[in-house]
Write a protein that binds this ligand. Structure first.
Ligand code: AMP
Length: 577
């Protein structure tokens, strides 16, 4: 009871603090910038811009250039290699985060420090507070599909891992999480285990052992939940055997995981039988999550942006359970919190935390003219409803006027702070000549073409794309993995529809005059996208942070090889003939 009162008090206080802060967002932003600049005025990077102790917004914007990761990389690399002088931050950087980099094909190094842990903690508490107000959960457990990355030491002796691993391993964060949130089903040995497949197997097993206690099913990105239950479809019988016999499958070989699991796993023929009956009788796995975990209150994980294509499958597994999208964070720092958790994922927005970093917004239309952009950003409280912007931010860990590479739309305001809708990554995805199609355009085209599969009770499991410029003329190649087999006729229709669904004027006009060739749809074998995830994990990436690369560049030869070697059928568009 005492614990409950403490939690309740915290929750209200946290929301009240946020309300106050967002009412005064403009002043808090100025204060935050002042603090960042004061703390770091003596750094090599900042000294060169001649601020001479000035911390006001105008001087800052006039003197310091807008940069991207590539511009800062030489500085970051020296830190990674062990240079302890004040390069980007006044206090030395002690850890490095690896961004998933799935869009670029290789991870980026990003400086990490305790201030980022504090921001993550603030985001976590706030998000928990808003969620718990709408969806209170009692004593129970969370089935959390989290996988840590491998941590390693850089040449200069800094700990390197994904930002989430850096945050989750932090003692202070762990204390906060344990005090605030629902305990997880899986022991740490499973979560921090070195083998993704073995951790996944044991997460599922732990969930089943505690099936009546599970109140939340969650992951960082929704892809991990979908992937977990797709795997469950394949391995559920082995899980049932383990529970019946109380003996862990030999597929789990990591000794620390085996030891931790042996403390939980006892022969339970009754539970095994219940799961067996449920799985044998479920039609097409619809509603699998509430069947397996009958006391689940909601599903939680990032469901916006590149996670949207998995929503259909997630809804299938979730049945009637509410889907709550998690917050908007990146390796570079947190940006916003979902303060309206009741909204369906497609409508979710993120309220920006004004004390976490200094935010600027580059209006998207003015975004094509090089250095002229330096003065064209607007501040957090100057953004306009309905407009799209690229986020630029300055944080406490050595990033100044840094282009995050994300495009957002202003959908409203929470007091004085904007509520952002995530639109897409800024990087142009598909372009051959004058055409420009983004991740979002691709997603919409796939959604439109996927409708031709509905009557066949089929769906697109996952997709990616590639620009083939080795052919003349160059053309778009779209790779699809499907849930089953479709006829040639339907797939030809899908291919034509894809081609017609890229509505950008540059693409349409180029297609009409054959300056861009017919779009190719290539169907890959079932399981191909799981191989891509395995490949990413094999390179040291964390499965929790995985985002399917929606466009595979020519340099990413290993991914092209995985895709090409799994193609079973291909079609060429006849849409513009
Ligand atoms: P990482 O580089 O692995 O840290 O991934 C960070 C990126 O993931 C962000 O810059 C966004 O592009 C994406 N991301 C993170 N949170 C969300 C969210 N809630 N909705 C959509 N995309 C997100």
């Amino acid at each position: 009871m005492m614990e409950y009162i403490e939690k309740k008090f915290d929750v209200e206080q946290v929301i009240e603090d946020f309300e106050l802060m967002t009412k005064d967002a403009g002043r808090i932003q100025e204060e935050t910038l002042g603090k960042i600049l004061k703390e770091n005025e003596g750094t090599e990077y900042m000294k060169q811009w001649g601020l001479n102790g000035r911390t006001d917004v105008e001087t800052f914007k006039a003197c310091v250039p807008i940069v991207s990761h590539n511009d800062l990389n030489p500085y970051i690399q020296r830190i990674v290699d062990g240079d302890l002088s004040p390069i980007l931050t006044g206090k030395p950087i002690q850890a490095i985060s690896l961004s998933s980099g799935t869009t670029q094909g290789k991870p980026k190094f990003v400086p990490f420090n305790d201030v980022l842990v504090n921001s993550a903690m603030q985001t976590f508490k706030l998000s928990f507070a808003f969620r718990n107000r709408e969806f209170p959960i009692g004593n129970g457990k969370a089935l959390h599909f989290f996988y840590s990355s491998k941590q390693f030491k850089t040449k200069g002796g800094l700990a390197a891992g994904t930002a989430s691993t850096n945050v989750f391993r932090n003692a202070q964060f762990q204390k906060t999480v344990k005090a605030m949130s629902t305990p997880v089903c899986s022991p740490d040995e499973v979560t921090f285990g070195p083998d993704f497949q073995q951790s996944l197997y044991c997460h599922l097993l732990c969930g089943l052992i505690f099936r009546n206690e599970v109140q939340v099913v969650s992951s960082m990105f929704a892809h991990s939940i979908v992937h977990a239950f797709q795997s469950f479809e394949q391995i559920w019988e082995a899980l049932v055997v383990d529970i019946r016999e109380g003996d862990l499958s030999s597929r789990v070989t990591v000794p620390s995981i085996r030891l931790a699991m042996s403390k939980l796993l006892k022969p339970d023929p009754e539970l095994a039988e219940t799961i067996y009956i449920k799985c044998s009788s479920l039609s097409n796995w619809y509603g699998l999550i509430p069947e397996l975990f009958p006391n689940t209150k909601y599903i939680h994980g990032v469901m916006t942006g590149s996670m949207e294509p998995y929503l259909k499958k997630l809804r299938h597994y979730a049945g009637e359970l509410p889907l709550l999208s998690a917050d908007y964070c990146s390796s570079e720092g947190c940006i916003g919190v979902n303060v309206n958790p009741k909204l369906p994922p497609e409508m979710v927005t993120y309220a920006v935390l004004p004390n976490i970093a200094y935010f600027e917004f580059l209006p998207l239309k003015e975004n094509l003219i090089g250095m002229e952009q330096a003065n064209s950003t607007v501040g957090l409280t100057e953004v306009k409803l309905g407009e799209e912007y690229e986020i630029v931010f300055t944080n406490f860990a050595g990033l100044y006027r840094y282009r995050l590479g994300d495009v957002v739309k202003i959908k409203g305001f929470h007091n004085g702070t904007p509520e952002l809708q995530f639109v897409c990554r800024k990087d142009l995805l598909l372009s051959i000549n004058i055409d420009k199609n983004t991740e979002k355009d691709l997603q919409l085209a796939v959604e439109a073409a996927g409708k031709h599969l509905v009557d066949e009770i089929l769906e697109v499991v996952d997709f990616t794309s590639h620009v083939n410029i080795s052919a003349d003329p160059g053309h778009y190649v779209i790779f699809w993995e499907l849930s089953g087999e479709a006829t040639d006729e339907i797939l030809q229709e899908c291919c034509n529809c894809l081609d017609k669904s890229f509505l950008d004027a540059g693409y349409v006009s180029s297609r009409k005059v054959n300056a861009i060739g017919a779009l190719e749809l290539r169907i890959v074998k079932k399981g191909t996208f799981h191989k891509i995830l395995d490949h990413f994990v094999g390179l040291g990436g964390a499965a929790s942070q995985f985002k399917t690369p929606r466009c595979v560049g020519p340099k990413n030869s290993s991914l092209i090889e995985i895709l090409s070697s799994n193609v079973v059928k291909s079609y060429s568009s006849t849409a513009f003939c």
